[in-house]
Design a protein around this ligand. Structure first.
Ligand code: PLP
Length: 294
């Protein structure tokens, strides 16, 4: 991954109103050292993050990403982020973005152990090449997440609805999916309901109706899915948040993984069973997702 730009942010209180945050944003060498060894993001994965797509210099869906950053911070009892300050940091980074697709990552850590304040930084990097997954699709393996659908409500300390930096389990699931001959995983509950992919939301199509699992604290509410549903509704399609049984993965006439950087990747197989890919419709979805979105 080519890192283009990085900023360390000195977080200010959420209620501070200013026109200019530039004195709180320090540009650093994106390839140089930046973190203290005691930073709890590195020691324990104790922090939250966001990844935003940037297309031709336009950061996509900044408002929904910042809302989710604040939501994740709240679930983790981190200080409420000052969203104006983060917006200023995003604008500063987006101004450095080259033509084409890039990715901005926002990271808010609990800070240095015993330290007084959270640490925060932002990076801008070239987006990985997603052309193949957008056109040919992705083969998925359904993997047991190891808990039932009602667990997030019973055990909120599991932080299942927060985008925390603890993604080791998500990465392990992708490796397991690859061992099974697939490209990516989709998590399912132990009682047989579809959740999300390790780094993406899932949307299923049944005729003119589009369905995604309800983001009821057990999964992230995807900004890409949210934006796509608004677009589909505008085009006259029906959309719904539902409890989705695993059998629907096979029953749906088409399905996609959705995320901010990959955009819409059609699912071409589920546990080795081929699934039809609607190439023309997928191209339309990706054309929309690549257009400037706020
Ligand atoms: N679910 C998980 C676990 C994710 O990590 C992501 C994105 O990284 C998503 C869903 C999709 O979210 P978004 O569309 O906001 O990128």
């Amino acid at each position: 991954m080519a890192w283009r730009f990085a900023l360390v942010i000195d977080p200010v209180a959420s209620d501070i109103r200013r026109d200019d945050f530039s004195d709180t944003l320090a540009v650093i060498d994106p390839d140089g050292p930046a973190l203290r060894v005691g930073d709890l993001s590195a020691q324990r994965g104790d922090g939250v993050f966001e990844s935003l797509g940037v297309v031709d210099g336009h950061p996509q869906e900044v408002g929904p990403h910042l809302a989710r950053l604040a939501h994740s911070a709240g679930l983790c009892d981190l200080p409420e982020p000052n969203l104006d300050q983060w917006r200023a940091a995003i604008d500063r980074a987006a101004a450095e973005a080259p033509a084409g697709e890039s990715v901005i990552k926002l990271i808010l850590s609990r800070g240095v152990e015993h330290g007084p304040a959270p640490t925060a930084w932002l990076t801008l990097a070239d987006a990985p090449d997603n052309a193949r997954s957008r056109t040919e699709g992705v083969r998925i393996a359904a993997l047991d997440r190891g808990y039932a659908l009602d667990v997030p409500a019973r055990a909120p300390w599991l932080l299942l609805g927060a985008k925390t930096l603890s993604y080791a389990v998500n990465m392990a699931a992708i490796r397991e999916a690859k061992r099974r001959g697939a490209d990516d995983a989709v998590f399912v509950t132990s009682d047989g309901f579809v959740l999300e992919a390790p780094t993406a939301s899932i949307v299923l199509r049944f005729g003119g109706r589009f369905v995604t699992p309800t983001p009821n604290a057990g999964i992230l509410h995807g900004t890409t899915q949210l934006s796509l549903f608004a677009h589909l509704e505008q085009r006259g399609f029906e959309t719904a948040y539902e409890t989705v049984p695993v059998s629907d993965l096979g029953r749906a006439d088409a399905a996609w993984l959705l995320s901010s950087v990959r955009l819409a990747a059609p699912i071409s197989a589920v546990d080795g069973e081929a699934k039809a890919v609607d190439h023309a419709f997928t191209d339309e979805l990706n054309a929309y997702l690549l257009s400037p979105r706020d």
